[in-house]
Design a protein around this ligand. Structure first.
Ligand SMILES: [Zn+2]
Length: 128
C-alpha cells in the first residue's frame, strides 16, 4: 500500500492539441505497477479546457472542485463539484471551466495503455 497526498504527485501541463490551461497529475499509474486502473487528477484553470476528443476506452470522473461544462455528443451540460460523469468508449467529450475557481476532477482510465507518448495514448496523456 502507498499513501500520499494529492500534492505530492507532480503536476504536468496537458500538451495534447486542443487543450488550454489544463494540468494533470498521475495519482496511481504505471510507476506503481497498477495493472487494472489508472487514476488521474486534472486541474483546469478558469477559462481553460481539455481537448475535444474521443478514444476506445471509457472515463469515470468525479468532480472535486469548481464548475464547468461537460460537452458530449448529447450536448453541453453544466457540471460542478460532487458530480459523477461516465464517458462511454468512442464518445466525443470535453470539459471546460466556466467558473471563477479551478475545475478539479479525478478521471479513471483502464491501465493497459501506453502512457509514454500522447500519440499512442491521447486520453492517457491528458484527455480528461
Ligand atoms: Zn478522454
Amino acid at each position: 500500500m502507498r499513501v500520499a497526498s494529492l500534492q505530492d504527485h507532480p503536476q504536468h501541463p496537458v500538451q495534447m492539441p486542443g487543450a488550454s490551461g489544463a494540468r494533470m497529475r498521475m495519482l496511481v499509474g504505471p510507476a506503481d505497477g497498477a495493472t487494472v486502473f489508472h487514476m488521474r487528477h486534472f486541474e483546469v484553470a478558469p477559462g481553460g479546457f481539455t481537448p475535444h476528443h474521443q478514444h476506445d476506452y471509457e472515463h469515470e470522473i468525479l468532480i472535486l472542485r469548481g464548475s464547468g461544462t461537460a460537452r458530449s455528443e448529447a450536448g453541453d451540460r453544466p457540471c460542478r463539484a460532487g458530480d459523477v460523469i461516465w464517458v462511454p468508449p468512442n464518445e466525443m467529450h470535453q470539459f471546460m471551466n466556466t467558473g471563477p475557481e479551478p475545475l478539479e476532477f479525478i478521471c479513471l482510465i483502464p491501465a493497459p495503455r501506453d502512457c509514454s507518448t500522447p500519440a499512442t495514448a491521447p486520453g492517457c496523456a491528458g484527455g480528461g
